[in-house]
Write a protein of this length. Structure first.
Length: 283
C-alpha cells in the first residue's frame, strides 16, 4: 500500500525556490517541521544561555514560522495546536521562543532502518551485478565455444581441401568413374581436394589419359596426385615413360613426396630418377 514504508528527504530541499513558494499549505508546513527538527542531540546558544536540544526537537518562534510559511501568527498557533491535539507534536511557547518536539520522530527518521534498507539495496545491486556478469561470462564462453567449433570445422575442411579449392562437380559421369578407379587402385578414400584435382586433370588431359596415369601410378606403387601429374605431363609431351626421365614437380611444397617405406624398390629408383632429373634441369 502507498501508506506503508518511508522515504528520505534531503534537507537541502528547503533551499529550493519551489519549496519556499508561499503561502505553505498544511502538508508542506508539517514536512517543514520534520525537516527543521534536530536529527541528533545538540546544544545551542539562546539569549546568552546554552540550551540542550534533543533529537526531534527544534527551537524557533511563532514569528519565524509565520514568516517562513507566509501565514499569520494566529494561523501558526492554530496549526501547532492541531498537530498537538493529533499527537503529532508537542510544543511550548513563551515570549522569546517556541520549542516543538516531533512525536515518534524515530518513525520518520529511523537511521537504523535507513541503514538496513541501504545495505539491502546495495546487496541486491551487488547480487544483480554478479548475476549479470555471470550471464555475460556464460554467453561469452558459449560464443567462444561455438567459434572454436566453427574454426575446427574450417580447419578440418582446409586439411581436406588445402588452398580453398571449389567443390568438384560430382555429377560428371567421367569424374565419377575416375574416382572409382582412383579408390580401387589403392589410393584410399578420396577427399574433396583430390576429387577437385582429378577434375582439373580430366578437363586438361581427358578421361583416357587420366585413367591410364592412375593405373600406371598404381602399378609403380607411387599412389599420389603429384606422381599422376608427372605422368600426364610426360604423356602430353609424347615421350614414353619407360624411355624418358619425367620432369619432377616436387619443387612445389604442396605436392607430397612419398617416404621410402611406402615405395617398392622399382618405385624408389624411379622416384630418385625424377628428383635427379629435376635437379639437373634446374641447373
Amino acid at each position: 500500500m502507498a501508506s506503508q514504508g518511508w522515504i528520505s528527504i534531503y534537507r537541502k530541499l528547503q533551499d529550493n525556490e519551489i519549496w519556499n513558494d508561499k503561502p505553505f499549505n498544511r502538508g508542506a508546513a508539517w514536512i517543514d517541521l520534520l525537516l527543521m527538527a534536530n536529527h541528533e542531540d545538540s546544544k545551542v546558544m539562546f539569549n546568552g544561555n546554552v540550551i540542550e536540544v534533543k533529537r526531534g526537537e527544534k527551537i524557533t518562534s511563532l514569528r519565524k514560522l509565520s514568516e517562513r510559511w507566509g501565514w499569520s501568527i494566529t494561523k501558526v498557533k492554530k496549526f501547532l495546536n492541531l498537530l498537538s491535539d493529533e499527537k503529532m507534536i508537542s510544543y511550548k511557547s513563551d515570549s522569546k521562543k517556541t520549542t516543538y518536539t516531533i512525536c515518534n520522530y524515530n518513525i520518520y527518521q529511523d537511521t537504523e532502518n535507513g541503514k538496513s534498507n541501504t545495505e539491502i539495496t546495495l546487496k541486491e545491486n551487488r547480487n544483480n551485478t554478479e548475476i549479470n556478469q555471470k550471464e555475460i561470462r556464460n554467453k561469452t564462453e558459449i560464443n567462444q565455444k561455438e567459434t572454436n567449433n566453427n574454426d575446427n570445422n574450417d580447419n578440418n575442411e582446409n586439411k581436406n581441401n588445402p588452398g580453398g579449392l571449389s567443390e568438384p562437380k560430382l555429377d560428371n559421369p567421367q569424374l565419377a568413374k575416375l574416382i572409382k578407379i582412383y579408390e580401387g587402385a589403392g589410393f584410399g578414400m578420396i577427399n574433396p581436394y583430390a576429387a577437385k584435382i582429378l577434375e582439373d586433370y580430366l578437363g586438361e588431359y581427358g578421361y583416357e589419359w587420366v585413367k591410364e596415369a592412375i593405373e600406371i601410378a598404381s602399378e609403380k606403387g607411387v599412389r599420389n596426385l603429384s606422381y599422376i601429374n608427372g605422368i600426364l605431363k610426360n604423356m602430353r609431351s609424347g615421350k614414353s615413360q619407360a624411355k624418358k626421365k619425367e620432369k619432377t614437380y616436387q619443387k612445389k611444397s604442396k605436392y607430397y613426396k612419398p617416404v621410402d617405406h611406402e615405395l617398392s624398390q622399382d618405385a624408389k629408383t624411379f622416384n630418385d630418377m625424377l628428383v635427379n632429373s629435376f635437379m639437373e634441369n634446374d641447373i
